[in-house]
Design a protein around this ligand. Structure first.
Ligand SMILES: Nc1ncnc2c1ncn2[C@@H]1O[C@H](COP(=O)(O)OP(=O)(O)OP(=O)(O)O)[C@@H](O)[C@H]1O
Ligand SMILES: [Mg+2]
Length: 191
């Protein structure tokens, strides 16, 4: 199976091969070095997350614009979401944030339930940042994806918050809610 995303081409075989696609609007040399740099960052953060106890695929190989990684067999979280899973996602995101890893795209599409563990599979937009704002935005992106995908999004959001607060900071949750408010304010002004 081949999955064509915005940034990458992902081949799902016995292993998963994720290759960052060239962007034609960028100068060739700049594009190449950017892709190599981002691919390295992605591989590094997948491994760093795994070391601190957040399930991620094992990185098997890294070459320029391509990551070869372990295939995770399981159910995409978008197809099995419930409160218990959202609470566990909260715990795991707090763990990432304790190491200042910002995932950048926490959505049910980018997580897989396998052997009762939730794997984060897509670190394509991840980066390191210790600020509350970066962590708040990270959580906000997840809340938005819940709203877009599930009728019981409020319950799922509250379960996430419970899980997050077991070890994570209240300031981050407060900031995520403020960011939502900012968004609403802009929406009202644009009406
Ligand atoms: N290691 C893996 N094991 C099993 N399935 C995977 C794995 N990695 C990715 N997938 C599947 O392939 C899909 C696409 O992969 P991924 O999310 O990494 O690409 P993308 O969304 O195009 O990336 P980006 O956000 O960097 O543009 C995922 O949603 C997931 O279903
Ligand atoms: Mg993805």
């Amino acid at each position: 199976m081949i999955y064509l995303g915005g940034e990458a081409e992902v081949r799902i075989e016995d292993v998963v091969v994720k290759k960052r696609k060239p962007k034609r609007y960028r100068l060739k040399e700049i594009d190449e070095s950017l892709r190599i740099k981002r691919t390295r960052t992605e591989a590094k953060l997948i491994s760093m997350a795994r070391r601190i106890g957040v399930p991620t695929p094992i990185v098997l190989d890294l070459e320029e614009d391509t990551i070869v990684m372990e295939r995770i067999y399981g159910t995409p979280v978008k197809d099995c979401m419930n409160e218990e899973i959202s609470r566990e996602i909260g715990r795991l995101v707090a763990k990432l944030h304790s190491a200042n890893i910002i995932h950048g795209d926490i959505t049910p599409m980018n997580m897989i339930l396998s052997n009762d563990k939730i794997y984060f599979v897509d670190f394509g937009l991840a980066f390191i940042d210790s600020r509350i704002e970066a962590k708040g935005v990270d959580v906000h992106v997840y809340f938005e994806s819940l709203k877009a995908g599930f009728e019981n999004w409020e319950k799922l959001r509250d379960a996430f918050i419970e899980g997050y607060l077991e070890s994570g900071s209240e300031d981050v949750i407060r900031r995520a809610k403020e960011i939502e408010e900012r968004g609403r304010y802009v929406e009202r002004r644009l009406q």
